[in-house]
Design a protein around this ligand. Sequence first.
Ligand code: GLN
Length: 386
Amino acid sequence: MTNARRTQSFSESVIREMTRVANQYGAVNLSQGFPDFPMPESMKEAAIAAIRDDLNQYAITWGSKKLRNAIADKYQRGYGMTVDPETQITVACGATEATASVFLALFNPGDEVIIFEPFYENYGPDAILCEAKPVFVPLVEPDWHFDADLLKKAVTPKTRAIVVNSPHNPSGHVFSRSELEAIAAIAIEHDLLVITDDPYEYILFEGEHIPMATLPGMAERTVTISSLSKTFSITGWRLGYAIAPPEMSVAIRKVHDFLTVGAPAPLMEAAAIGYAYPDSYYKQLAKDYRDRRDYLAGPLRDAGFTFATPAGAYYFFADFSAISKDDDVTFAKWMTREIGVATVPGSSFYRPGAPAGKKYTRFAFCKQKATLEKAVEKLAKLKQLV
Ligand code: GLN
């Protein structure tokens, strides 16, 4: 028996693989982006209460009413964006499932989807699963902006959508209002969808998060995807969502229903309370991440890595070419084994075979101070070894 062809053109997630490699060598795991500190206590209690209260059966397929209302409220209060929780929100098992459901619901085989490169590794396989074609537009160093002319040139009669991830994984770039306006203008001119993936919207150090759907003429052509994983440090709860115009939501909900039936009922109930946390929760979240970023940046530079200081999200996308001439996979595996710090090789964020990623490695700093201190201690050895 042979496996389906569609599975042959993408490989296992390197991000998840590096966590396994880190565990194998007992390395400090700065690869996969998940926090190693506790989630908010009150949300844990709410989950325990929901389970005790027997909220243990399927919720409504597209998400518990309480969570959808909380999400709608979040957009109204935070961004002045009106969203109907009854017809526009689909809660899914993480932004990962939300994105796959959106692609499967909205793209036909042969459609082209524009993705800025480097990119979070899921978009490529998501496109392949629905037989759409990913088309890549480079983000340009050192600040990872995009060139509007290159974006325009990438549009063909088959183009259906542009994917925007801001704050950006892995570069930390936060798309400015003028960048978003340039994307919006191209989308409107060519009648394209924009799919935004915003899981780091509250992990922001410079600039502001502007939902694409709030720009003039964009609400009807934008799908807003986000996640609760990073905002509430609950990556294992698998909660994310897609907000789309009602007619698109009908299709997204159908796909989501047959993939997973729904997200975990007691966890949706509990997570809803998070969006009612006061502003101080979100300020503290961003401040703690800023402290972690500022703590790790110096030692990484001292070790010889170069990078643009991230304006958002929780990664350093670091050029290691001053340290080693190895390719990224060799270097990341060597560093895990010999130095004891695991990272994600840069090529995971580029199309297969693209040379551009080979001089980068990605450090995640969503870790408690003690973990980062241990990493810094180990990284000090780098200079002696190379
Ligand atoms: N988004 C996180 C990362 O880039 C986690 C990825 C995952 O494993 N779902 O590392």
